[in-house]
Design a protein around this ligand. Sequence first.
Ligand code: OOG
Ligand code: MG
Length: 255
Amino acid sequence: MKTIEKIAEEIHLAAINANEIEQISLSHTISLSDAYNIQELAIQHRFSEGETLIGLKMGFTSEAKMKQMGVHDMIWGRLTSSMLILNHGKTNFSKYIHPRVEPEICFMISRDIEGVLDENQVKDYVSGVAGAIEIIDSRYKNFKFSLEDVIADNCSSIGFVVGDWFPVNTPIGDLKIDLLIDGEVVETGNSNDILGDPWKSLAAATRLAHQYNQPIKAGMYIMAGAATSAAFIKPNQTISTKIESLGSVNFEVTE
Ligand code: OOG
Ligand code: MG
């Protein structure tokens, strides 16, 4: 049996080198709390290589995502400095194993959050809201995992792109969301597909972060989770999302 430390190191190396690995759950029984411990240890490898924590992400906050991946609980992961891709920027395909993209909403935290907040209270801790795209890239073969596997793998995090910031009082409920590849709509959803109200995802982030002793600090990006299923991407594609009243976000995948 491998130790938690060894598993964390292997997951980290798989992510950094874009190598796929076997699901942990095929050979080890790990609990939810083991899985979050592995995630934290794996991320510490990134920190010791000079990366910094720049935000958190929520996952499986929509029915579409839970159905697509066969997993039925909300999860959270960490976003680090190497993961941020500029809006209208480029990313090289060699960084990834079998990447997918999904349309999201992102929050910018303006004040440190200490405790658990509800969907109304959180608004006082946010300076802006934006449309976003997340790139996810499970380190597991065939993009298949159990809930514990995906948590240990930092919830498949590898990249994210954030659009222009809009004021915190911009309504973000009931907005039409399109995900496009090379200008063609591949997924359509609504911002309310995120827990019925994207603000509830940020409230849930405060609850989970508190539960796992993860501070939410001013300046952090918090990704609310995808509103639609995720779509595979290939080199030489342009990926964009259009969110009603939050404009558009895009990036290019180079070969
Ligand atoms: C896990 C990450 C889920 C979301 O937005 O729901 C996620 C995965 O699907 O690989 O990021
Ligand atoms: Mg996501």
